[in-house]
Ligand binder design. Structure first.
Ligand code: PHB
Length: 405
């Protein structure tokens, strides 16, 4: 064989090889539904950054697939835009998987569309317990409000030795879950919820003064507050401080939403002493989190920080990548969901698992206190850990949390 022919054959073989690589390097289209504008815009950014950082830091796990995010703005947290977004992403963009949902009403309104579309749908934030019962295609990598609220109900009675509590909550589904979760555990452990105060909605930050003044007048040991993080959380801490509630002997406690990492430094000394229960804060000392926080600061700036919403995006993207690998890129909805039942992952929040029975997450909950560090910044000091926490609303099969017959 002439040298020329050998070169020609080699060239054809190289081209064939390239074609094969191209055929197997498949792109997975991820339809992302997040509030890119409006009250939840910071969450959208945090979640998207978390998801992108997963892809960047775990290139070996991702190969040979690529993931393209097609983004839709869910705007105000009332479900209307999110439902349309889900419909468009499935029917026009023909995405392989849906992801996102910061606000519960958005995930609730999208459920019939998710059912019809028959594609895996990964909830990266929305925390009302019963949402995963609305569609067999929903898998949640974030949390439910039952996870921290039930655990904190127990800790408030047993560790903080509180006897009475007032609960103030943003008046929509996750707020009601938060109240129910806290009250169930607190009262089972000898505490008493003496008042439950609906305190505005998620769409706009209310003036918390009348709600907290009512709580102050009732002189509870603790004021348990759930708000959907963000500017709501900043306003909670400001009002608690302005009303002199700490000096009146009333401790502010709640799920970690009230001390979201991106808001913590802006709260100032008023936040010192707050006690929260949550699955994530940026101060967690495990190896995965140290790597995650360092990479975050390197990419997004020294003052930037991940928070619980970012880790929902990071873990959610890890779940999507797992499903892509398990289905060899096909992303058939039923197969993709099946591949995630019992899926375990070493997350920046610690070990997590998707409960094979409920498609909801099982994770650790950390009891923490806000302290000022030697660097002059506010930090979360770990007080205790509750391992492998399941959503008790589903364990107890309460109301819409009970499995569908
Ligand atoms: C929700 O709407 O489910 C939600 C939003 C923000 C949070 C927690 C829950 O911080």
């Amino acid at each position: 064989m002439s040298q020329r022919m050998i070169t020609a054959i080699a060239a054809v073989a190289a081209l064939a090889g390239m074609a094969m690589t191209q055929a197997s390097a498949q792109d997975v289209k991820v339809g992302v539904i997040l509030p890119f504008t409006g009250v939840g815009a910071e969450f959208a950014q945090q979640i998207e950054r978390g998801a992108q950082l997963y892809l960047k830091l775990n290139a070996d796990q991702v190969k040979p697939y690529t993931f393209t995010m097609i983004k839709r703005d869910s705007k105000a947290p009332n479900g209307a835009e999110a439902k349309i977004a889900a419909q468009e992403l499935l029917t026009q963009d023909k995405v392989d998987v849906l992801a996102g949902w910061v606000y519960s009403p958005d995930a609730i309104a999208s459920a019939p569309v998710v059912n019809a579309g028959k594609k895996l749908a990964v909830i990266m934030n929305a925390g009302t317990s019963f949402i995963t019962n609305l569609s067999p295609y929903y898998v949640r990598t974030s949390f439910t409000l039952w996870h921290p609220s039930y655990a904190l109900g127990e800790a408030a009675a047993k560790t903080l030795h509180a006897k009475t509590a007032v609960v103030a909550y943003t008046d929509y589904p996750p707020g009601k879950d938060s109240l129910d979760g806290f009250k169930t555990a607190f009262e089972a452990n000898g505490g008493r919820v003496i008042d439950a105060i609906p305190a505005g909605g998620p769409g706009a930050v209310p003036d918390f003064t009348p709600f907290f003044q009512r709580a102050k007048d009732e002189k509870p040991d603790v004021l348990f507050v759930f708000v959907p993080a963000g500017d709501h959380a900043t306003a909670v801490v400001k009002t608690y401080s302005a009303l002199g509630m700490a000096a009146a002997g009333i401790k502010l406690i709640g799920p970690g939403d009230i001390v979201q990492d991106i808001k913590l430094q802006g709260m100032g000394d008023a936040a010192i002493g707050l006690i929260t229960m949550h699955h994530y804060n940026a101060d967690l000392g495990n190896a995965q989190n140290k790597k995650f926080v360092a990479a975050w600061k390197k990419d997004y700036g020294a003052d930037a920080t991940p928070d619980f919403t970012s880790v929902g995006g990071y873990d959610g993207m890890a779940a999507i990548v797992h499903a892509a690998q398990a289905t060899k890129g096909k992303m058939d909805g039923d197969e993709a969901v099946k591949s995630l039942l019992g899926w375990k992952f070493d997350s920046p929040q610690g070990p997590i698992m998707i409960d094979p029975e409920t498609r909801d997450i099982i994770m650790n909950e950390y009891l923490s206190e806000v302290v000022k560090g030697p660097d002059g910044k506010l930090h979360e000091k770990p007080l205790a850990v509750v391992n492998s926490v399941k959503d008790q609303c589903k364990v107890l099969a309460l109301g819409p949390c009970a499995p569908k017959k």
